[in-house]
Structures are given as structure tokens and as C-alpha cells.
Design a protein around this ligand. Structure first.
Ligand code: PLP
Length: 393
């Protein structure tokens, strides 16, 4: 195997690769996951819909095993796991199902902290006259303003959309309490667990979540596979006429998601503890410089997340200095592409000027202490350089 693709950080440096600290955007595939996907593509490549022969039977068995592995991680029933191309499709299906189940427009409730995959789906449904969106206020740490949530529930909601944790500032949400509050007002809840899965406890059996969405590429699996976990979801009812035929399933992808979940079940808690120590080390190094503060909720934050505002240093200039040394980002992958100020930071009341100084750092499974020390040194140097350049000195 070519050294450039190795996941050992020390070898990655030798190969001249930048240190990867953008794990909220996507994660590298764990070799153990890739091995399973490879075996299913090369050897057990049958069509899971065609179980008349042994190849098809084995493919169907691989799908069933993956459903079990996913279900076990979050305490769900295996038959409630429906494979999708990722979280975006799972969100769209969940909202479409909720709309299909109602005669009147669906009353949706959410904060503006949600991912665009949720917000854009909701706004599109609203534009089509199929839904009406009510916004719940968030505070400057990205937390739900509880009284405002209660106000929205009292005014009437059918489906609450709540992320388990935010993909930019890492704020963790009280989804169990939110689910209880929603259910006590006869509303359903859709939990976007894309960033939280495996990194914090998530128990579908106790919380009673109606729809949960997950994505493999955030947990060291491949891109283009995810799942909607829901006891309510019915594909045929959601798709109507075009749901009459079941597509050929992505067996290798499903198996990869399954094993990625199994690894998270076994190692996720320990990994979270290790990354928390590395994150705190990096945070301490960076915030010991003047004018750098960490954003998000300091008490309820994803362990691998560090989001900072760096006074006097525009983030695009800092990133250009870091190019080839450290890979990180200014915000969510889609916002960065569109060059728009982050809607998440705006929802937290940040000014556009402040937003332009923010950097999102996401640590991951294959980062070492050496990576973090080196990244801290690169970041410190880049920020000092940019500040000097901007002050015209
Ligand atoms: N929800 C959250 C919180 C995310 O971070 C992302 C991806 O960045 C998505 C949804 C969309 O996931 P996918 O890339 O699997 O469609």
C-alpha cells in the first residue's frame, strides 16, 4: 500500500501530508471498515434483492448484520434501520414521511443552529405549501432558549428537528428533554445525530425518538451511505407511486456503516476521552494567546470540537498560511463553498466581522499528541504572521 494513504500520523508527515483537523467535514475511512467493504465488493458481491442463490443470500445476510450493528449502537430495533445515501437523504425522507402522514401542512419547529440539510428541506417544504416553519431562539453559546422552545410547542408543532450536536461549534443539545417536551405536546422529534454518533451516548430506546439520522462518513466510514432509523418510517407511503420498486442495495456501503458503528460501540467512549485531552491541550495553547476565545457551550461540547474566534486575523488569510501544513476550515463544508457567513454563528448573534475570524477545528481517531503540538505551533505562527501583516507593521 502506498505510504500516502496510510493512517499513521507520523508516516503521514513523512509523506508530506498536512495534519488533518477537519473531522466535522468528513473522516478518513478506518482500514478495518475499508477491509470489510473491500471483501463485500470483491468476494461477496451478490445482489441482496436476489436471494435465490448463495451470493444473493450472503449479501442479504451482510445487510441484516449491518442493521443489527447500527441498531445496537443506539438501542434501536434492527428492522427500523433504513439505509440512505447519507444524512441529507435521511432528513429529506423523514420530513417527506411526516408530511405524507398529515393532511394539513406540517408544522415544523427548529432553531437556526440546524444543518442546512434540515433548514433547506424545511424551507423547500414551506415554499411548496407542505409545511410551516417556526423558529426557536438560540443563545450566544448555540444553546436552545428553553422558554422559546416551550412557546413554539404551545403554539403548535407536529415535528421538532433537533441536532444531537452542532457541526460547527460542537454544542450538545438536551435531546432527551426535548423529545419528552415534544411528545408531551403530541409532536414528533427528528434527531440529527450525524456529528454526535459514537461520540456521546445516544439511546433511542429511552428517548423515544421518532426519526434519527446518521451518516457513515462522519464515523470513519465511506461517503454516500447513511441511515434513517425510525419505527414510523414507511418507504412506500413516503415515495407514493415511485416507491413501488426496491432499488438494489449498496451492500458494501451498508456493511461499512455497520462495522463503523460496531467500532464506535466498542471504542467510541475511550476515543472521546482521548480526544478531549488533545482538544483541551490545543485549546489551552491557542487561547493562551491574546484575543483568542473558544466558542460554543463550554459545559456541553463535542469532545473533538474546537471553534475559535481570533481577533485581528481574517480566517481566510490564516487558512491560506496553513495550506499544506494543517487542514481545517472556517465552518461547515457547504457554507465554506458558498463563501457565505455561517448561518450558525449568525444564529448565535455573532457579527459578520467576528464570523470572519472564526476557525473550526475537528480532531479525530488518527491524530496523535505530536500532531496537536505541531498544529498548535503552525497555527500560532500563522496567526501572529497574519496579525502583523494586517496591522501594517
Ligand atoms: N447534519 C449534520 C449535522 C452534518 O454535519 C451533515 C454533514 O456535514 C449533514 C447533516 C449531512 O450529512 P451527509 O453528508 O451525510 O449528507
Amino acid at each position: 500500500m502506498n505510504d500516502r494513504f496510510t493512517q499513521t500520523p507520523i508516516l503521514a508527515h513523512k509523506a508530506g501530508l498536512p495534519i488533518y483537523l477537519d473531522h466535522h467535514a468528513t473522516t478518513p475511512v478506518d482500514r478495518r471498515v475499508a477491509d470489510v467493504a473491500m471483501r463485500l465488493m470483491l468476494e461477496e458481491f451478490g445482489n441482496a434483492n436476489g436471494t435465490e442463490n448463495l451470493h444473493g443470500e450472503r449479501a442479504a445476510a451482510a445487510m441484516a448484520k449491518a442493521q443489527l450493528q447500527i441498531a445496537r449502537l443506539i438501542g434501536a430495533a434492527a428492522e427500523d434501520v433504513h439505509f440512505t445515501s447519507g444524512s441529507t437523504e435521511a432528513i429529506q425522507l423523514a420530513v417527506a414521511h411526516a408530511i405524507a402522514a398529515r393532511k394539513a401542512p406540517l408544522r415544523l419547529a427548529m432553531t437556526r443552529m440546524e444543518h442546512k440539510a434540515v433548514i433547506d428541506t424545511a424551507l423547500r417544504a414551506q415554499q411548496l405549501g407542505l409545511a410551516k416553519v417556526s423558529w426557536i431562539a438560540a443563545d450566544d453559546k448555540g444553546r436552545v432558549v428553553w422558554q422559546d422552545f416551550e412557546r413554539v410547542l404551545k403554539e403548535g408543532a407536529d415535528l421538532v428537528c433537533a441536532m444531537a450536536a452542532n457541526n460547527e461549534v460542537g454544542t450538545i443539545y438536551p435531546i432527551e428533554q426535548m423529545a419528552n417536551a415534544a411528545h408531551s405536546c403530541s409532536a414528533d422529534i427528528l434527531v440529527d445525530a450525524t456529528q454526535a454518533l459514537g461520540r456521546m451516548p445516544l439511546d433511542v430506546s429511552t428517548g423515544g425518538y421518532d426519526y434519527v439520522v446518521i451518516s457513515a462518513h462522519k464515523i470513519y466510514g465511506p461517503k454516500g451511505i447513511g441511515a434513517l432509523v425510525s419505527p414510523k418510517f414507511d418507504r412506500a407511503a413516503t415515495y407514493g407511486l415511485i416507491g413501488a420498486h426496491a432499488p438494489t442495495p449498496n451492500v458494501s456501503g451498508a456493511a461499512a456503516l455497520g462495522v463503523a458503528c460496531e467500532i464506535m460501540e466498542r471504542e467510541g467512549a475511550e476515543e472521546a476521552r482521548r480526544l478531549l485531552v488533545l482538544r483541551d491541550l490545543l485549546q489551552e495553547r491557542l487561547t493562551s494567546m491574546a484575543g483568542i476565545v473558544a466558542n460554543g457551550d463550554p459545559d456541553h461540547r463535542l469532545p473533538h470540537n474546537l471553534h475559535i474566534a481570533v481577533a485581528g486575523a481574517p480566517n481566510d488569510v490564516v487558512l491560506s498560511r496553513l495550506r499544506g501544513k494543517v487542514s481545517l476550515s472556517t465552518g461547515s463544508a457547504c457554507n465554506s463553498g458558498a463563501q457565505e457567513p455561517s448561518h450558525v454563528l449568525r444564529a448565535m448573534g455573532f457579527s459578520d466581522d467576528k464570523i470572519e475570524t472564526c476557525l473550526r477545528i475537528g480532531l479525530g481517531r488518527f491524530n496523535s499528541v505530536e500532531d496537536i503540538e505541531r498544529a498548535a505551533a503552525f497555527l500560532t505562527e500563522a496567526i501572529l504572521d497574519v496579525r502583523i501583516a494586517m496591522s501594517g507593521a
